[in-house]
Design a protein around this ligand. Structure first.
Ligand SMILES: Cc1cc2nc3c(=O)[nH]c(=O)nc-3n(C[C@H](O)[C@H](O)[C@H](O)COP(=O)(O)OP(=O)(O)OC[C@H]3O[C@@H](n4cnc5c(N)ncnc54)[C@H](O)[C@@H]3O)c2cc1C
Length: 536
């Protein structure tokens, strides 16, 4: 063992969420000795997520549900959705390999099910595990729509099942996981190559320190995820325990280091600096999403990209009937096609409507929505929908009357509704591009305007996650410097890196990218390890 190193392995993975677990499995299966350093207990945002993986091109799950899809159709849609987030060649590789990616996950214990959700929703109930999780049905004719949201089978938000299965597989492949251990600095050799990691570990700290660290962190994740001030308050003692009782540990990793430590959504200073418009969103992440993974790379001169890109969600569904409503701003103008994914709606409300928007529905749509609540929602959605349909709604016998009550321009609203109703009568997409199947004339009094504004509210939060990170070589996953060259021995994956979803997120695309980029980094680090073993 070289002088100074406390421990030696082939490959170190920083962070044990979806990206870290997939990198670890892939590297271990290729023969590398793998050590994961995890600041808490593992799981990160992945374990509290919905567990939806975006996949298509004819997966086994799609075929079981009788869904036809091709890699070309998936590529056509995603190229419209994600633009230049990655090169066309990388996006094509992602789509071509998508069916294999689902099979890879399934072989490693992640359960899926070909039960197709018959209505449009932001997250299906426990009866359905395949659904339209993006804006496929609203995209141009070029892209043949197909349901590609593969929700991990499991009750409630099923990210916990997805992570548990990946974690168990990693351990079964011999991956060692050092929990309560936080990477703080990368170590480089004389040639600039990354050779190891310096970290602080609570291994060996008094039992009560480790217990307090674990319990406080768990509470900061749940219920803290939905109560940001509580989460922030709990983070302070957690950080103090780490600083006071953490012991320095130097780990050698001649094969490489994979940074898979999440994004920076819970770091308010970084969000203010890179994406100031998003201060009002609900950070969807854990204490680990403080930007440390990105900082470890930039300390060595790594380049970053898309740090200003944030996905902020304003879901109108479930219930599905809400799609028949018309979303307007304070001036009574249409905001966007309501059938688009919640992130596209959130983006339009925030940037086009100045954060304030209302959904106009008539008596028939409201009644249908109310009938659907029970069958189409999980408990956490039910709380939000009930508040939306009661506290956040004003109504009146006329459109002009309801506009006056909400403070919306009545004349413009009447014109917007007239154009929408004309499209409904003609059986055509409406002026916002909403597909004809969802366009229904709003003619039955009383009318309601439902407040769908984006602002910090307990019952109607606007969840958000950061999409940017370290720039990587899209063939290998190696981190890039500003001049485009690779930092030898350093990889990044998941939300620590720029990836498929870094311009625009639809449900499942972040975890799908974590699997894709994590596997890529793990595979390459293992190859590098083999070369290093041969050449010394
Ligand atoms: C409520 C919710 C629902 C969501 N639903 C979905 C969904 O259904 N589909 C989807 O695609 N996306 C979803 N997302 C987003 C998605 O979960 C995340 O973007 C994704 O899981 C990130 O994975 P990751 O591996 O990059 O990071 P994480 O899963 O966050 O893992 C990073 C790990 O790194 C650790 N870490 C951080 N810093 C250090 C350090 N210095 N040293 C050691 N370890 C460190 C953290 O503790 C953490 O365990 C959701 C997010 C939330 C919060």
């Amino acid at each position: 063992m070289a002088e100074g190193w406390d421990e030696r392995t082939d490959v170190v993975i920083v962070g044990f969420g979806a990206a870290g677990a997939c990198a670890a499995i892939e590297a271990a299966e290729a023969g590398a000795d793998v050590l994961v350093l995890e600041r808490f207990g593992g799981g990160g945002a992945t374990a509290v997520s919905g567990g939806v993986v975006y996949a298509g091109g004819g997966t086994d799950v799609q075929r079981a549900a009788g869904v036809e899809d091709t890699p070309e159709a998936m590529y056509d849609y995603l190229s419209q959705e994600v633009g230049d987030a990655v090169s066309p060649a990388t996006l094509r590789r992602f789509c071509t390999g998508s069916a294999e990616q689902i099979a890879w996950l399934a072989e490693r214990g992640v359960p899926f099910e070909g039960s197709l959700c018959p209505y449009k929703t932001s997250y299906p109930t426990n009866r359905h595990y395949l659904y339209y999780s993006g804006s496929e049905i609203s995209s141009s004719d070029r892209a043949k729509p197909a349901p590609r949201g593969h929700r991990t089978r499991g009750k409630g938000t099923s990210g916990a099942v997805l992570f548990a299965r990946l974690a168990a597989t990693a351990r079964a492949r011999g991956v060692r996981v050092r929990t309560q251990t936080s990477a703080s600095r990368l170590v480089t050799g004389p040639d600039g190559q990354v050779t190891g990691v310096e970290c602080r570990t609570l291994t060996g700290a008094p039992w009560w320190v480790r217990t307090a660290h674990r319990v406080l962190h768990r509470l900061s994740v749940k219920p803290g995820l939905y109560l940001p001030p509580l989460s922030r308050a709990l983070r302070r003692p957690v950080t103090r325990l780490e600083a006071r009782y953490g012991r320095r540990l130097l780990v050698a990793a001649p094969g490489g280091v994979v940074l898979a430590a999440g994004g920076f959504v819970t770091n308010r200073r970084l969000v203010r600096e890179h994406a100031p418009a998003y201060r009002i969103g609900l950070p969807l992440g854990t204490t680990g999403d403080d930007g440390t993974g990105i900082r470890l790379g930039t300390d060595l001169g790594a380049a970053t990209g898309k740090l200003g890109q944030v996905s902020l969600w304003r879901f109108l569904t479930p219930p599905a009937a809400m799609l028949h409503g018309v979303l307007v701003d304070r001036d009574g103008r249409r905001v966007c096609d309501e059938a688009r994914y919640g992130a596209a709606i959130g983006d339009a409300v925030l940037h086009r409507a100045g954060g304030q928007a209302w959904l106009l529905v008539d008596r028939a749509v409201l009644a249908e929505a109310r009938r659907q609540v029970r069958g189409q929602t999980l408990w956490f959605q039910r709380i939000q929908v009930r508040s939306l349909l009661s506290h956040d709604r004003v109504s009146a016998p006329t459109i002009a009357g309801v506009a006056a009550r909400a403070g919306v321009d009545a004349e413009a609203l009447l014109a917007t509704v007239a154009a929408h109703n004309a499209a409904a009568e003609a059986g055509e997409p409406d002026p916002a591009g909403k597909p004809a199947e969802f366009v229904r004339a709003l003619t039955e009094a009383p009318y309601s305007l439902i407040d769908c504004s984006v602002r910090p509210r307990l019952a109607q939060p606007a969840p958000m996650l950061t999409l940017g990170g370290l720039l990587v070589d899209e063939e290998t996953g190696e981190v890039r410097r500003g001049d485009g060259t690779s930092l030898p021995g350093l990889y990044a994956a998941g939300r620590t890196a720029v990836g498929i979803c870094s311009n625009s997120y639809v449900s499942g695309l972040s975890i799908a990218d974590c699997v894709f980029s994590g596997r890529r980094a793990g595979r390459h680090a293992a190859t590098r390890t083999s070369l290093w073993k041969v050449t010394g």
